[in-house]
Ligand binder design. Structure first.
Ligand code: RP5
Length: 435
């Protein structure tokens, strides 16, 4: 057992907080690792390899300490106080930053060939404990970049985290925490389908002693480093909720019979234009619902307006590459607007005669569409997909305002089509004629 874990033992079973602490009987040990002092960035602010704060708090640019846990209190020496209470150790120990040390943790799962849920874990060099392949966020770095960089450094795997699901943000019960420095993290979950998982070959990187896929049995998941067991348990809960699959105690997936009977997904939208938000939704439908076919309805208006500036065939052209990439069979129909809620579900059924409430579930986040499919004599199963923050309305507004940011919110092939067909001029013309 190393020195830090040993010290931690004194405190791990008792809950102290700063308010009820008997300070006369509290004698913490002050410790800052020589390695931290060596890496003091104020020695040369231009050297990116110097990652630690100065020991002298007065040399910090700000005395405000950021934290996901809320406002941070300070002690009489202006040192930040651990929001989860005393630890028995003062100073920063082996952590570089005063206050929160921000990390990011990727939770990558797959279902193995025998039907067990597995997660990528690495063996840490410091404690020899199995852990998520997470690491510290570099200054100014976006979390999705940290997630991929750390995954690469620890397990030699590279993945796109733009559609990963946020699981946790906050304090980590890390053995390195002290009264004045502690770990906080953002944990994200990415579930890989068979094809994606097939391309992964794990190899321990420089920061880890070993890397492996670990079966998510209750025993395995409960014995990980710091709070990582809790992050994985939360990710599994959410995964179960979304897929309606049950994960048994030994990690095996128990696909509920009830969910198997919906082979088709009905997806209705205007996709003006198709943006990353729609792609995330279609990906989620394919990956989590078990459907075999997507029936796509492109809502079509009989005239151009600020919400309808693309031709139906242009919308179709943007959707097809996405569906092909998802390797799902599909059928696409143009659905002219009828503005008649009681008739709407029957109207859609007339375009796809094979659908009924037994074989098709509707995926929508739109309450108008939901209403049409669960009322007026209908009882379709409606699933609300996870909604990403950016939407087509925002993309169109950026376009109208000549803000090229819109290109970051749509897949590259959509931006290409919009440029090639000069759809931006078309949209601006529509807006101009309206006013
Ligand atoms: C944990 O420490 C975090 O959850 C993250 O996994 C890790 C980051 O520290 P290093 O791996 O960079 O040491 O508290």
């Amino acid at each position: 057992m190393n020195q830090i874990e040993n010290l931690n033992l004194h405190f791990q079973n008792i809950t102290y907080n700063w308010e009820n602490l008997d300070r006369n009987n509290y004698h913490p040990t002050y410790f800052v690792s020589p390695k931290v002092l060596e890496k003091d960035r104020t020695q040369n602010p231009n050297d990116p390899s110097l990652w630690a704060d100065p020991e002298d708090l007065n040399k910090l640019n700000t005395q405000e300490f950021l934290s996901y846990e809320g406002k941070i209190k300070k002690d009489s020496n202006s040192r930040p106080l651990n929001p989860h209470g005393p630890t028995g150790r003062e100073g920063r120990g082996v952590l570089g930053k005063w206050g929160a040390n921000f990390a990011a943790d990727p939770i990558i799962t797959r279902i193995n060939k025998d039907g067990f849920l597995e997660v990528i874990v690495i063996k840490r060099k410091d404690s020899l404990k199995w852990a998520l392949p997470g690491g510290m966020v570099d200054k100014g770095e976006h979390i999705t970049t940290t997630l991929n960089r750390e995954l690469q450094e620890e397990s030699s795997v590279s993945l796109d985290f733009s559609q990963a699901i946020p699981i946790y943000q906050g304090f980590v019960n890390d053995p390195r925490n002290t009264d004045n420095a502690w770990m906080e993290t953002d944990a994200y979950h990415l579930h890989l389908d068979k094809d994606e998982a097939k391309n992964i070959s794990l190899k321990a990187g420089d920061d880890a002693q070993d890397a492996k896929w670990m079966v998510c049995s209750q025993g395995n998941v409960s014995s990980l480093y710091a709070s990582h067991s809790d992050f994985i348990k939360d990710a599994i809960l959410l995964y179960q909720q979304k897929t309606k699959n049950n994960i048994l105690e030994n990690g095996k997936i128990d696909i509920k019979e009830m969910e198997k009977k919906y082979p088709q997904a009905l997806v209705i939208g205007r996709f003006q234009p198709l943006c990353n938000h729609h792609v995330a939704m279609l990906t989620e439908v394919v990956k989590t619902s078990g459907v075999k076919k997507i029936l796509l309805c492109i809502g079509v208006s009989n005239q151009f307006d600020e919400k309808n500036f693309l031709y139906p065939n242009e919308v179709k052209q943007t959707l097809i590459p996405v569906l092909k990439k998802l390797k799902i069979s599909y059928e696409i129909n143009y659905i002219p607007d009828i503005h008649n809620p009681p008739k709407y579900a029957g109207y859609i059924e007339s375009f796809f005669p094979e659908i009924n409430e037994e074989n098709t579930q509707l995926f929508t986040e739109n309450s108008y569409t939901t209403d049409c499919f669960i009322n007026y004599g209908h009882n379709y199963k409606v699933v609300k997909p996870t909604v990403l923050p950016h939407k087509a309305t925002e993309v169109r507004s950026l376009m109208v305002n000549n803000n090229s940011e819109w290109k970051n919110l749509v897949p590259p092939h959509v931006a290409e089509l919009i440029n090639k067909n000069d759809c931006l001029s078309r949209l601006r013309e529509i807006i101009k004629n309206k006013s």
